[in-house]
Design a protein. Structure first.
Lengths: 339, 335
């Protein structure tokens, strides 16, 4: 990491647990990362890997019985975890905003799009006149590629198609020109053609308003397209983290490798058989003693089943939590702390 | 492929249409033209993939082919015998054909009865078609089926909710296999599954196809998956088939403007490749299938549309060996 560049967001050893009647579920179990200004980070993982929970913790929207049980979230030098609900409301939607997966459930069906867009502005800054808010909202809708923006402002969410609703969500998230945008599977519910449009809009806007983005998805193709760096999550932990090119061309962790090998690709040659990841994700109520991926890993050794692996660094901020790095005499630049 | 004409066609459909009636108020009726004049065939032992955006009619086509939906008009021939023909007024009883044609549904949790055990779910098909002689044979057959899809025989006394999504989909597959069908419609069988589980199910479907000489109609919106599993691919847009061909050929040399856009929108998990690609974006939204555009259904969004495209519905024509497309421009250019 470049030391001179101040980080926008620093998450350190974040732990989030859900206290369910069946026991404590460690949904996020000690993850750390930094996000610079104007940077796009992808968080990849299967459902249940904790990628969304982590994002909800950052924006302070964790619902009961979820609780942050350890670690810190520092946003522009401020400790977000020490904020109360009132202070958090001042941050949310202004400095940090979020795009959700399903736009239909996140837009209020009884208010017009214009009403909801301007509200995002006026609730943070009462000095803005109605007219100015309206004009900025229209401009924002045009930016995300909605034609006839003036007319669209007076319409209700049900009059929008799926792709347009998602654009309206993006417009709403970006209207306050946040420093950080969290996009939680923003294109998963959409068709590829619409997905391509939305990704273009996001890339374009990111350049214009200099927003940092945390992009949560399970689609590696999307990650390859928009992200600068990538964190791969498995069962509540970041197993590998690095520059997007390093992750795709030089993956270190067996899970990342397996994930890449198991995906059918449009650019593959003649028929190649997929190499699946055998087994199923672990039960978070009863996590294994050793590496979480151990039971499904093809290169699993004895130590993998008894001790959690530490991170090893392979240069350029590329880290991977796997015992194999320490066995083959690979250089041990990692701090040796438990992952 | 030289032997294209010699291979046996297991299924043939001609001008198949499926309209759904919807109320338009004041006692009037309108029709959702979900499938419009689709003709195609599926060779024995192959996998035909169907791709297209949501609402393009690919699921409706799949269900109409096996007559889960009664076709509005057209002709369906299975294994040389017509099972539906609107002109000759043929509509055979489907029960004997249900043994030959089966379907795997998209959402495994919604397509399994929560109050039946796995054994009952898989065994029900055996009961209906009387495929066993005694209780022990039934029991053995169910265990055999569960084993084939990678489940334990102890699982047969459990209920669907006790299984993960991937396992539930395996139960759905076992149920489809119970009657030893020749042809299976796989309707988005892996869309609801996690990435790491998807490849397990894809490989299993491929293995089963090889062992049992199955023929698949594989419907999915994920083109990478369809490209992987299919021998040939059909591309649908707003109820009509716009292009069809060998999967490698179609993905590498698409000819229809819609297929080109669709393929260019698929992200590839390779940062350098995917960022350097030229992407063609479509303007506008998909028109409503209740009142679809006249002529070529794609003309409202096609950058090359001419007057003729607005008037005349293009028919599928062959442009290369086994490579069909429905586009007036290609015809005029004489590609």
């Amino acid at each position: 990491m470049n030391e001179s560049k101040k980080n926008l967001l620093e998450v350190k050893d974040l732990k989030v647990s859900f206290f369910t009647p069946a026991g404590e579920v460690k949904a996020v179990d000690g993850i750390s990362y930094t996000l610079g200004y104007n940077e796009v980070m992808g968080i990849v993982g299967e459902s249940g890997s904790g990628k969304s929970v982590e994002a909800y913790a950052v924006i302070g929207l964790l619902q009961n019985p979820g609780k942050v049980v350890g670690g810190s979230i520092t946003f522009e030098g401020e400790d977000l975890l020490s904020y109360d609900e009132e202070q958090m409301r001042g941050v949310r939607g202004k400095d940090i905003s979020m795009i959700f997966q399903n736009p239909m459930t996140c837009l209020n069906p009884v208010y017009t799009i214009g009403n909801q867009l301007t509200e995002a502005l006026t609730c943070h800054d009462t000095s803005i006149s109605k007219e100015e808010a309206w004009n900025r909202a229209v401009h924002m809708l045009q930016l995300v590629g909605i034609n006839n923006a003036e007319k669209r402002m007076t319409q209700y969410p049900h009059e929008f198609s799926g792709g347009m609703r998602q654009r309206a969500m993006i417009a709403m998230a970006l209207i306050g020109e946040p420093k950080l945008l969290i996009a939680d599977e923003p294109t998963t519910a959409l068709d590829v053609t619409i997905q391509a449009q939305i990704l273009d809009v996001m890339k374009d806007i990111q350049k214009r308003v200099n927003t940092s983005i945390i992009f949560i998805t399970h689609n590696l193709g999307v990650v390859a397209e928009v992200c600068d760096k990538v964190s791969v999550m498995y069962a509540g932990k970041i197993v590998e983290q690095g520059d997007v090119n390093d992750i795709f061309y030089d993956p270190q962790h067996p899970y990342t490798k397996a994930l890449l090998a198991s995906m059918p690709r449009l650019d593959e040659g003649e028929h190649e058989r997929l190499i699946p990841i055998e087994g199923t994700p672990i039960d978070l109520l009863d996590p294994p003693q050793g590496c979480n991926f151990g039971p499904r890993c093809k290169e699993c050794r004895k130590i993998c089943l008894s001790k959690k692996p530490p991170y090893a660094e392979t240069g350029n901020g590329h880290i991977s939590a796997c015992w194999l790095h320490f066995m083959e005499g690979a250089k041990q630049a990692g701090s040796g702390e438990e992952a | 492929m030289a032997d294209v004409n010699e291979r046996k066609k297991l299924l043939e459909i001609e001008n198949l249409k499926k309209y759904f009636a919807v109320k338009a108020g004041f006692g009037r009726k309108q029709y959702v033209q979900a499938v419009e004049s689709v003709s195609c065939h599926i060779f024995e032992g192959e996998t035909l993939g169907l791709v297209g955006e949501s609402g393009c009619g690919k699921t409706t086509l799949g269900r109409t082919i096996i007559r889960l939906y009664e076709p509005t008009s057209g002709r369906i021939v299975f294994d040389g015998e017509p099972i539906y023909d609107s002109e000759k007024k043929v509509a055979v009883p489907m029960l004997p054909y249900r043994r030959k044609m089966q379907i795997i549904f998209q959402d495994p949790s919604a397509s399994l009865d929560p109050r039946m055990t796995v054994g009952e779910i898989v065994g029900e098909a055996l009961d209906i078609h009387g495929l066993y002689k005694g209780k022990t044979e039934r029991r053995e057959r169910i265990n055999e089926l569960l084993d084939e899809v990678g489940l334990n025989t102890e699982h047969s006394n459990r209920f669907p909710h006790e299984f993960s999504g991937g396992q539930q989909q395996r139960i759905g597959i076992a149920r489809a296999l119970a009657v030893e069908p020749q042809f299976i419609v796989c309707d988005e069988p892996i869309s609801a599954l996690d990435v790491s589980i998807q490849s397990q199910v894809i490989n299993m479907l491929e293995d089963l196809q090889e062992q049992k000489h199955l023929t698949y109609l594989f419907i999915a919106h994920d083109i990478s998956v369809v490209r992987h599993i299919s021998n040939r691919i059909g591309v649908m847009y707003l109820g009509s088939m716009v292009e069809m061909g060998e999967s490698y050929e179609l993905c590498n040399h698409p000819v229809h403007p819609y297929t080109k856009t669709l393929l260019s929108a698929v992200p590839i998990p390779d940062p350098v490749k995917t960022r350097s690609r030229q992407r063609q974006l479509l303007e506008g939204e998909i028109p409503s299938p209740i009142n679809p555009p006249s002529g070529c259904r794609f003309h409202t969004r096609c950058p090359y549309a001419t007057e003729r495209c607005k008037q005349e519905f293009p028919k599928l024509r062959e442009y290369g060996p086994g490579h069909y497309a429905a586009c007036h421009l290609l015809e005029e250019k004489g590609v």
